[in-house]
Write a protein that binds this ligand. Structure first.
Ligand code: NAD
Length: 267
């Protein structure tokens, strides 16, 4: 079976959860990356059976999540993490939450981390660390899903958005995909040539929104810009990762869903 890492699940209402279920129903093993501030409540709810109804798969069995990794996708390596976050108690308990992890002890862009039950170091949640952590635990993955976004000023029109808010939206919602993919590529199973077509290749996916191409009032704070960047980056990364690593890169422009993120912006 295939192994999938889905970044951006913190409850059972969002796209990440739904994608995880579809992959699980198709026989994939599910690994999850959860934003550090939401990690505790997600793991507790999972353990206490709060999501059991939503875990039911078409064959009646329950979706199993093999492991949950703490992640903060805005940090590539440990040096990027500001002091106030390092000392924040919601982060202090987690390990391996950058995308990079371990190898260089640096954070990468999508803080992911070690299993919360086996805390080792407090700084394993950045992008690089998460990828390294998954490598240590499982060796490789076949599918990477990026289902996360954040725009601190999303409720402000673009013309009222600060530079800081705009760049934060791009960092969490666009570069986080570049960073995640970049750090996961080395552990993604590449495809092979069969009848001159690449088959069975590793695959990555993110979620975008129509506000990148059309004006959707209310989708502000640079989030429309962030989705436009995500779409352009998808084309470029598909070219680069396809040629060099035989890995597919796609994004799906999803319709409106009453997720936590969508409700937070009043959609
Ligand atoms: P969601 O709230 O279920 O998922 C967003 C996740 O991002 C949350 O789990 C949150 O904890 C996580 N996150 C935020 N900042 C993070 C960070 N720095 N590091 C790691 N994780 C972080 O909401 P959703 O609507 O399912 O969003 C998933 C994706 O779907 C997003 O890319 C969103 O833009 C996209 N999308 C949503 C809609 C919609 O209507 N809900 C429509 C089109 C696209």
């Amino acid at each position: 079976g295939k192994r999938a890492f889905i970044a951006g699940i913190a409850d059972d209402n969002g796209y990440g959860w739904a994608i995880a279920k579809s992959l699980a129903a198709a026989g994939a093993e599910i690994l999850v990356g959860t934003w550090v501030p939401a990690l505790n409540i997600f793991e507790t709810s999972l353990r206490r059976g709060k999501f059991d109804e939503s875990r039911v798969l078409p064959d009646g069995s329950l979706m199993e999540i093999t492991k949950v990794y703490p992640l903060d996708a805005v940090f590539d390596n440990l040096e990027d993490v500001p002091e106030d976050i390092k000392t924040n108690k919601r982060y202090a308990g987690s390990s391996k939450w950058t995308v990079q992890f371990l190898k260089l002890k640096r954070f990468v862009g999508a803080g992911i981390g070690g299993q919360i039950a086996f805390l080792t170091s407090p700084w394993n949640i950045v992008c690089l660390e998460v990828a390294e952590s998954v490598k240590q635990d499982f060796g490789s993955i076949d599918i990477l899903v990026h289902s996360l976004a954040n725009g601190p000023e999303v409720s402000k029109p673009l013309l009222e958005t600060s530079r800081k808010g705009y760049l934060a939206a791009l960092s969490a919602s666009s570069y986080s995909y570049v960073s995640l993919l970049k750090h996961f590529i080395p552990i993604m199973n590449p495809g092979m040539f069969l009848h001159s077509i690449i088959q069975q290749c590793g695959s990555s996916l993110s979620l975008t929104y129509i506000a990148s191409e059309r004006i959707i009032p209310g989708y502000g704070g640079g989030m429309s810009s962030a989705k436009a960047a995500l779409e352009s980056d998808t084309r470029v990364m598909a070219f680069e990762a396809g040629r060099k690593h035989r890995i597919r890169v796609n994004t799906i422009s999803a319709g409106p869903l009453g997720s936590r993120a969508a409700k937070a912006i009043g959609f």
